[in-house]
Design a protein around this ligand. Structure first.
Ligand SMILES: Nc1ncnc2c1ncn2[C@@H]1O[C@@H]2COP(=O)(O)O[C@H]2[C@H]1O
Length: 261
């Protein structure tokens, strides 16, 4: 097996110049979340995406799906639909509020109802999907957010890459990960400690809750911080450095690539 590659297209908790919201390209053909980072792909790169896994229905994670569908629809004529994989609750939101022929055309019926550009495919917690030309194994993990949400684990050569999705403190996640070899953990920390109450209300992490979660982590895992709100990275990192002086934490950057080894 060739090591799966991950290209970070966006990893910010919102937008500003140089800040793109969450999107990870796995190999060339699997997109994990479809935030504003999708817009940095060329048309050719977008056309190669056959699967889109969505962690939840919030706009900063899904807005790339309708725009990408419009961009690639004519180029993908004759190819199978792009499969959009998410919890049924997430797909239901997309059907009712996005692909409703009002906010956006229903690309699950275009260009023709019998050969659409998008197909919505429900997944459940614990599913292990086999996706893409490289037959990657992707497991659906629990997340605890203000709407139904998931994280993902992708199997690498010796360990798994875990992306938490948007989540607050999540004991079920650590239960699922117990005993599993991990290569990388991409974990969200949306807010600085000064916004502790907002992090709690919106079910995100801030440094204190993140530090508490990382107690579960075995040594040797490459930890990457994601979804920090624009302008808050310095405060988040300096706070975490005080709370976890012996843990190396990497701030994820758009444009970064890594291998799941
Ligand atoms: N109760 C709240 N008060 C203020 N802002 C909120 C509240 N709930 C959610 N948000 C913001 O709305 C955003 C929606 O996307 P996020 O979950 O990334 O981050 C959320 C917060 O930044």
């Amino acid at each position: 097996m060739i090591a799966p590659s991950v290209r970070v297209l966006g990893c910010s908790g919102s937008i500003a110049k140089g800040n793109r919201t969450t999107a990870f390209l796995l190999d060339n053909d699997i997109l994990i979340d479809a935030g504003t980072g999708v817009g940095d792909l060329t048309l050719e790169e977008m056309s190669q995406i056959d699967h889109i896994v969505l962690s939840h229905s919030h706009l900063d994670h899904v807005l790339g799906v309708p725009l990408l569908a419009d961009s690639v629809m004519r180029r993908r004529r004759g190819r199978p639909p792009i499969r959009v994989l998410a919890l049924e609750a997430t797909l239901d939101v997309l059907r009712r509020h996005l692909f409703n022929d009002q906010l956006w055309p229903d690309f699950t019926k275009l260009p023709q109802p019998d050969a659409p550009v998008l197909e919505l495919v429900p997944v459940r917690l614990g599913d292990v999907l086999t996706l893409g030309q490289q037959q990657r194994k992707l497991e659906v993990l629990p997340a605890l957010h203000s709407v139904p949400a998931i994280g993902t684990a992708v199997e690498g050569l010796r360990g798994w890459w875990v992306y938490t999705g948007d989540t607050g403190p999540n004991p079920m996640l650590w239960e699922c990960l117990r005993g599993r070899p991990l290569s990388h953990l991409t974990i969200e920390v949306a807010f600085p400690e000064s916004e502790h109450a907002l992090a709690g209300a919106s079910l995100h992490h801030c440094p204190s809750t993140l530090a508490s979660e990382l107690r579960h982590l075995p040594p040797g895992v490459h930890v990457q911080l994601t979804h920090v709100k624009p302008g808050d990275m310095t405060a988040v990192r300096s706070d975490l450095a005080k709370r976890l002086p012996d843990t190396v934490l990497h701030a994820l950057r758009a444009g970064q690539r890594f291998l799941i080894d």
